[in-house]
Structures are given as structure tokens and as C-alpha cells.
Design a binder for this molecule. Structure first.
Ligand SMILES: O=C(CO)[C@@H](O)[C@H](O)COP(=O)(O)O
Length: 254
């Protein structure tokens, strides 16, 4: 079985000038883990860009088509290191690496104290080598797909990873509208890989959790719905109970 229902607040819409305090507020409110969004604009060299473009056409535009992975920037491993020092060893850091060339940050993030390294399938040419490197650096492996990526592309790697992340918004910003049409991907993964942790991320909150839970997600990332609530504890608790009920029902139905 997957590792139970867990709620991970996304810090993208938090007060980033007070990130440590915001993380503590989430942990004190019952968060099971922290979903730390690392976004980076990275301009590849001209040569590298040409290679990427060539691969994009060979792979039906599957690989990165633009210079930047997302049009936004947050923080890198020095901030993760500071958070680890402030929050101690217990909190689980799920690093959502919305970056081009995710290979380059594996070691720095491991040294900084990351627990899970979640990279985008669209951002790498060699997922197998990256998975191996993440494991060798002592972290769990998360593999994410953007809304435009077909879930079957992820399937070959599913038995080698700890978690699949199905994005339910275009990566880059918090506060976007949940894409319900991503739910068939979650459902397909849950059917094919019953024991895989499946995470959803983007526009998830009290109004949309039922869809995610019924489809089979068990790791729930929620940003603005939790961060901007006056009662984050209640929101986290509601998300967890909807998710747990759906998981129990799936067990009974089997
Ligand atoms: O990775 C992302 C967006 O790129 C997410 O983690 C969002 O930050 C989630 O925020 P909400 O959509 O829940 O406000």
C-alpha cells in the first residue's frame, strides 16, 4: 500500500520573508511534510538549447521547449540548509524542483537536508541516471509531470520511484485553478501501481480534495487554501480526513 494520506503545505504563497516561521506555523498546524518549491529561471547555452529543441521534435515536443522551466524564481539549497537548521531533523522536506537540468542540484540539496527530490520528467534527458543519483545521495525520489505530459511517459519509471507527482496546474505559481481533467492520470496510476505514493499539486483545497481523493491521490499538496486560511489546522485536518476515507473505501472495495 501507499504510505497513507499525508498533507504537505506548499510554501510558494507563504510570506517568503518569514519562511522559517511560516514552515513552523504549518508544522504546528498538523502538516505531515513541507512541500518546498524550488523554481529557477535557467538559460541553457546556445548549444544545449539546440540539442533540447532537436529532442523536443523527436519526442513529440516532450522535452523542454522553452529556455526556462517556469517563469518564476524562489530559492535554492542555502535556504533549505537554513530551514533544516531552524526546524531540526524531523520535518520531511519534499523538494519540488521546477528547474531545468535538475541533475545539478542533487548533491547540494542532499547536503542541505532535503529528504525527497522531486524532479520533472520534462526537464531531464536521462531520468534513470538521475533517479540513481538521487538514491545514492540518500534521498527519496519523486517524479513529476506537467499537465501537458501523458501519464504513460511516467509508467516506465514508476517501479523505481517513491512518489509520482501529477501537477494539477501549470507549474510556476500558487493560487491557480485546479485542473480536474488531470484526475484520470491519478486514477490510472493508482490502478496500475497500487502501492505508489501519488501526489497532487495545484489548486487543491476543501473544494477540490474530493476529486483528488477519489482518483487515488494520497499525498496532498495545498498552498493558498492552507496558507491563507485563518484556521490552517482545520483545513489540514479536513483534507486528511477526506483523503483517508477515500483510501479506506478503496481497500474495502478491493
Ligand atoms: O508547485 C506549485 C505551483 O508551481 C504548487 O505547489 C503551488 O504553489 C500550490 O499552490 P496552490 O495552487 O495550492 O495555491
Amino acid at each position: 500500500m501507499a504510505s497513507g494520506c499525508k498533507i504537505g503545505p506548499s510554501i510558494l504563497n507563504s510570506d517568503l520573508a518569514n519562511l522559517g516561521a511560516e514552515c513552523l506555523r504549518m508544522l504546528d498546524s498538523g502538516a505531515d511534510y513541507l512541500h518546498l518549491d524550488t523554481l529557477l529561471q535557467k538559460v541553457p547555452s546556445r548549444k544545449k538549447h539546440k540539442i533540447i529543441m532537436k529532442q523536443a521534435s523527436l519526442m513529440n515536443s516532450f522535452f523542454i521547449r522553452v529556455k526556462h522551466f517556469v517563469p518564476n524564481i524562489t530559492f535554492g539549497h542555502p535556504v533549505v540548509e537554513s530551514l533544516r537548521k531552524q526546524l531540526g531533523q524531523d520535518p520531511f522536506f519534499d523538494m519540488h524542483m521546477m528547474v531545468s537540468r535538475p541533475e545539478q542540484w542533487v548533491k547540494p540539496m542532499a547536503v542541505a537536508g532535503a529528504n525527497q527530490y522531486t524532479f520533472h520528467l520534462e526537464a531531464t534527458e536521462n531520468p534513470g541516471a538521475l533517479i540513481k543519483d538521487i538514491r545514492e545521495n540518500g534521498m527519496k525520489v519523486g517524479l513529476a509531470i506537467k499537465p501537458g505530459t501523458t501519464v504513460e511517459y511516467l509508467a516506465p519509471w514508476a517501479n523505481q520511484i517513491d512518489m509520482a507527482l501529477v501537477m494539477t496546474v501549470e507549474p510556476g505559481f500558487g493560487g491557480q485553478k485546479f485542473m480536474e481533467d488531470m484526475m484520470p492520470k491519478v486514477h490510472w496510476l493508482r490502478t496500475q501501481f497500487p502501492s505508489l505514493d501519488i501526489e497532487v499539486d495545484g489548486g487543491v483545497g476543501p473544494d477540490t480534495i474530493h476529486k483528488c481523493a477519489e482518483a487515488g491521490a494520497n499525498m496532498i499538496v495545498s498552498g493558498s487554501a492552507i496558507m491563507r486560511s485563518e484556521d490552517p489546522r482545520s483545513v489540514i485536518s479536513l483534507l486528511r480526513s477526506v483523503c483517508s476515507e477515500a483510501a479506506q473505501k478503496r481497500c474495502l472495495d478491493r
